[in-house]
Write a protein that binds this ligand. Structure first.
Ligand SMILES: *[C@@H]1O[C@H](CO)[C@@H](O)[C@H](O)[C@H]1NC(C)=O
Ligand SMILES: *[C@@H]1O[C@H](CO)[C@@H](O)[C@H](O)[C@H]1NC(C)=O
Ligand SMILES: *[C@@H]1O[C@H](CO)[C@@H](O)[C@H](O)[C@H]1NC(C)=O
Ligand SMILES: *[C@@H]1O[C@H](CO)[C@@H](O)[C@H](O)[C@H]1NC(C)=O
Ligand SMILES: *[C@@H]1O[C@H](CO)[C@@H](O)[C@H](O)[C@H]1NC(C)=O
Ligand SMILES: *[C@@H]1O[C@H](CO)[C@@H](O)[C@H](O)[C@H]1NC(C)=O
Ligand SMILES: *[C@@H]1O[C@H](CO)[C@@H](O)[C@H](O)[C@H]1NC(C)=O
Ligand SMILES: *[C@@H]1O[C@H](CO)[C@@H](O)[C@H](O)[C@H]1NC(C)=O
Ligand SMILES: *[C@@H]1O[C@H](CO)[C@@H](O)[C@H](O)[C@H]1NC(C)=O
Ligand SMILES: *[C@@H]1O[C@H](CO)[C@@H](O)[C@H](O)[C@H]1NC(C)=O
Ligand SMILES: *[C@@H]1O[C@H](CO)[C@@H](O)[C@H](O)[C@H]1NC(C)=O
Ligand SMILES: *[C@@H]1O[C@H](CO)[C@@H](O)[C@H](O)[C@H]1NC(C)=O
Length: 422
């Protein structure tokens, strides 16, 4: 009994002192200019410079107009409270000219946030509004609509460590909602993304993309979009996705990967649990480039090396799935490349995928569609406990079992490769 008292005292001292210290931290509340003719970015940057290290930065419940790029890459032990809306300007020529490099695929961004021990909280109200309707309409009039140089991501978390982002809403992002690059130990919790266009259909508006990052947790996300709900790209390891809902998009994507010739990249240890899908194309899919290099990133490439491994998914529920619940395609190639692409020559290997518990409704006759490389064959791919039914309710018990890879109430392990099977 006695020896434990000093320990209790030590714990009390340790847990009280930071609270006392916090009260004396500097705090900056940002005043908005109140109209989009005034750029609020300089005032925001000023607050970050003053209170972005060992302090607090507060956005009031008002609209802030952001007309220029912001690079806040040096935060340290800071609370950022967002009670209002940040609205990005629609000066497309400005953004194409000034958006900042992300560091992968020639992608660029309107806002960079990085640093150590950063706590951003939107309390369910804070909003980043990319004004994307203008971008969605504009991109339709361009010759190349995919990965257009200079079209910015709403936010890039770059070199962000030991941090948490909570309770934020992202509306109509300019392009991808967020890229997470060179970041480690980051929790993104209770995030709503709505990239549904008001007057033009959105394109290339991924919910989030991870690149060269580890220990990233997505919990309680809701994403409405038309592209990858979430996507793990080059060197994404120890990624967790839980308790989330994805609407209309393509589902959770691994890749595309293998875009850089001869570069070795991996995706390792991805855990997905308790996900609901509504009207998405897939629940989970993996896409790699072929071994044939055609052009260069952002939109061309191929010939990459590496592997994706240890992906475990449990308790997936679908409503009105539009395609195969699980898909592997190793056929990604430059749209201008000749022929159909060689779907069997990728040197990037896919292995150790386990889907345990997949139920709900689908409009597709396929549970899984596997188009694997013969050069680096897929191994150890399994689906257990599948209970998918047609949305129109016409499938009798056993229908999927007879014709497809799903097995009602039973287990199924697939170990074969299916080259060139559509
Ligand atoms: C300011 O808002 C008006 C409409 O509310 C819009 O037409 C104009 O393009 C906006 N300007 C910027 C710089 O976003
Ligand atoms: C784009 O950048 C160039 C070079 O910095 C500059 O001359 C031009 O005015 C810029 N255009 C816009 C729309 O910002
Ligand atoms: C962002 O700011 C950091 C620190 O000032 C700098 O090192 C980095 O190059 C900047 N990033 C971009 C893309 O401008
Ligand atoms: C569009 O793509 C073609 C190749 O298909 C390329 O030559 C051209 O430079 C691209 N244009 C733009 C504006 O990116
Ligand atoms: C990369 O992006 C810049 C602008 O951000 C653009 O000028 C350049 O053409 C792009 N390169 C390729 C290969 O698309
Ligand atoms: C999940 O996120 C939503 C916002 O999309 C929020 O309203 C809800 O309270 C969160 N749920 C929990 C349990 O935190
Ligand atoms: C998403 O945005 C669209 C277009 O403004 C709107 O109709 C829809 O209600 C929004 N969904 C949610 C969940 O806020
Ligand atoms: C990606 O990960 C692989 C395997 O760990 C490593 O060899 C490679 O250097 C990494 N690439 C980058 C750009 O960090
Ligand atoms: C499966 O996920 C749903 C949400 O999609 C949740 O309500 C349910 O409790 C989960 N079941 C288990 C066994 O965790
Ligand atoms: C596709 O790649 C495989 C493996 O390298 C090769 O054997 C085959 O000939 C290629 N097919 C075509 C049509 O080029
Ligand atoms: C197969 O993959 C699953 C999921 O990653 C893993 O748990 C299991 O250990 C793997 N089995 C073998 C024999 O490698
Ligand atoms: C029900 O849906 C399945 C899958 O989309 C389709 O193949 C089948 O023809 C549909 N049956 C009827 C009667 O519409």
């Amino acid at each position: 009994m006695w020896p434990s008292i000093p320990i209790i005292l030590a714990v009390l001292v340790a847990s009280f002192s930071p609270v006392a210290a916090k009260d004396h931290r500097k705090s900056c509340t940002i005043k908005g200019g109140g109209s989009n003719v005034t750029d609020d970015a300089p005032a925001i940057m000023k607050a970050f410079r003053k209170c972005g290290r060992n302090g607090r930065v507060v956005f009031e419940p008002t609209t802030y107009y952001v007309n220029s790029v912001m690079n806040v890459s040096w935060l340290e032990d800071v609370d950022i409270d967002i009670h209002g809306t940040l609205l990005w300007s629609t000066d497309i020529a400005y953004w194409l000219n000034n958006s900042m490099q992300v560091g992968y695929q020639n992608q660029s961004t309107a806002l960079i946030i990085g640093g150590d021990n950063v706590r951003i909280n939107g309390y369910g109200k804070g909003t980043f509004d990319g004004n994307g309707d203008y971008w969605y309409q504009w991109i339709r009039e361009q010759p190349n609509t995919s990965n257009y140089p200079g079209r910015p991501h709403a936010v890039t978390f770059s070199n962000l460590r030991n941090s948490a982002i909570r309770g934020l809403t992202f509306l109509r992002s300019q392009m991808w909602t967020m890229s997470i690059i060179q970041s480690h130990n980051v929790l993104l919790d209770s995030i709503l993304v709505n990239n549904t266009g008001n007057w033009a259909q959105s394109s290339n508006t991924d919910g989030a993309d991870t690149i060269h990052s580890s220990h990233i947790t997505f919990n309680n996300w809701t994403v409405y979009n038309g592209d990858d709900s979430l996507s793990m790209k080059a060197n994404s390891t120890d990624i967790t996705i839980t308790n989330s809902k994805f609407y209309n998009g393509l589902g959770i994507a691994m890749g595309s990967i293998g875009q850089y010739k001869d570069q070795f990249e991996t995706i390792e240890r991805v855990t997905v649990k308790n996900i609901e899908y509504y009207n998405t194309l897939h629940a989970f899919y993996i896409k790699t480039w072929t071994a044939d290099q055609n052009g260069y990133p952002p939109n061309g490439g191929g010939g990459g090396l590496g592997f994706a491994s240890e992906m475990k998914l449990t308790n997936l529920t679908t409503t009105g799935l539009r395609g195969a619940a699980f898909a592997i395609s190793q056929c990604t190639r430059f749209s201008g490349a000749p022929g159909q692409g060689n779907c069997t020559n990728s040197e990037f290997q896919i292995k150790d995928v386990e889907i345990d518990g997949l139920s709900g409704t689908s409009e597709s006759t396929r549970v899984a569609s596997l188009q694997c490389s013969t050069v680096a064959p897929c191994t150890n791919i399994s689906i257990f406990d599948t209970a998918l039914h047609f949305s129109n309710g016409t499938d009798a018990e056993g229908y999927l079992r007879k014709r497809h890879w799903g097995v009602l109430g039973m287990s199924l392990i697939m170990l074969e490769n299916a080259p060139n099977q559509p």
